[in-house]
Design a protein around this ligand. Structure first.
Ligand code: PLP
Length: 383
């Protein structure tokens, strides 16, 4: 049996929506489907204003501008994350300060954040790995006491919760991804969730400024709303607005968010239960979901005792046509971190976890037979 790692969801209304978008006319950003997506996303994110973007990377770049990050500012980030979490801030001249992660969730270790704060620190960027929330109460408390901004990288966190709060809606800003590998998709896409009133260091609302930044630094939003008869250059910005075709595709998926997530969580629970005996024997560790968290089942991973054992297991699974994947290379060990002059630190939990972890196939359409076959194969591969 061939088991693919991922199958992007197709909900049925995508082609119809795209046909409607084409026959309605303008295909650039700012159309009817973008509005539909934004009101649905806001609904999923505690009613916060949301701006549809080209990607989570775009949302993070917008967030860095909106936070008014300047050269020399520092941001605290988990080392175990995707490049975009950090590069968005590095583009503004910030220096990343890498924090180790927790062994149980692979999220930023909130107990290690405070010791990394300096007078230059401006923001903390927690990443909700695998759709499991970081310890947000602690992080928000640290931020409040030290007057720092919090930008949630919720690329994997759409429709996952921390103490019943949707991920992406807790910090000052949140960024979501609708990339083809995520739970709800449009190929390439994302959103910025705005949870601050006034833009830092500006006399303008944060949502207005986010709109300027998304539209190449212009106030086109005011033009579209009929407030001005000609739009002009007012701010920093770039081209972060998605085409109406992407929005049309996403608008067909968002109404199915609950169902797509439920199926993914069922698969996650199946793995957790079926692999429990191996975990009891100490052969593997699987991801933990703290009581404060409700996951969206984005990733199911196992961690073996060593890099070698994980590699052998991945090869064994590949021979059985099961696709599995490792994940990030800790960013503090990457060439770019060296180029930026980041100190040569040891972050042992991230360094070990990155080498010894393996993600198993998971998506909304994975069958019970496939899940059973993967679990049997993991067991056989570890014998
Ligand atoms: C934690 C994290 N942040 C950001 C991104 C970037 O998302 P996008 O591909 O939508 O730009 C990813 C991509 O998977 C990610 O895993």
């Amino acid at each position: 049996m061939k088991v693919p790692f991922n199958k992007p969801p197709i909900c049925g209304g995508e082609i119809e929506n795209i046909r409607t978008a084409i026959s309605s006319g303008p295909l650039q950003g700012g159309g009817k489907f973008m509005g539909v997506c934004e009101s649905l996303i806001s609904g999923f994110c505690a009613g916060r204003p949301s701006l549809l973007t080209n990607s989570c990377t775009a949302s993070l770049e917008m967030a860095a501008m909106l936070c008014d990050i300047k050269p020399g500012d520092e941001i605290i980030v988990p080392t175990y994350t995707f490049v975009s979490t950090v590069s968005a801030f590095v583009l503004r001249g910030a220096k990343p300060v890498f924090c180790d992660i927790r062994a149980d969730t692979l999220n930023i270790d909130e107990t290690k954040i405070e010791e990394l704060i300096t007078p230059k620190t401006r923001a903390i960027v927690p990443v909700h790995y695998a759709g499991v929330a970081c310890e947000m109460d602690t992080i928000m408390d640290i931020a409040k006491r030290h007057n720092l901004l919090v930008v949630e990288d919720a690329a994997q966190g759409f429709f996952a919760f921390y103490k019943d709060k949707p991920l992406g809606s807790i910090g000052d800003l949140g960024s979501l991804s609708f990339h083809g590998t995520k739970n709800v998709v449009c190929g390439e896409g994302g959103a910025l969730i705005v949870n601050m009133e006034t833009a830092p260091n500006r006399n303008v609302s944060a949502t207005d400024r986010a709109n300027f930044i998304r539209e190449k630094g212009t106030n086109r939003i005011h033009f579209l709303k009929g407030k001005i008869d000609k739009y002009t250059w007012v701010d920093l910005g770039s081209s972060y607005i998605p085409s109406e075709l992407s929005a049309a595709f996403l608008a067909a998926q968002l109404p199915h968010t609950e169902e797509l997530t439920r199926k993914r969580v069922e698969a996650w629970n199946f793995y957790k239960e079926a692999l429990a005996p191996l975990e009891k024997k100490g052969l593997i560790k699987t991801g933990c979901i703290p009581d404060s968290c409700r996951t969206n089942g984005h990733i199911f991973y196992i961690i073996t005792e060593s890099e070698k054992r994980t590699k052998e297991l991945a090869d064994f699974l590949a021979k059985r046509e099961i696709s599995s994947n490792s994940h990030y290379v800790p960013l503090h060990t990457c060439p770019m971190a060296k180029q930026l002059g980041c100190p040569d630190v040891k972050l042992p939990v991230a360094e070990f976890s990155a080498k010894a972890m393996l993600r198993l196939p998971i998506h909304s359409y994975i069958s019970k037979d496939e899940l059973e076959y993967v679990c049997e194969s993991v067991e056989a591969g570890l014998k």
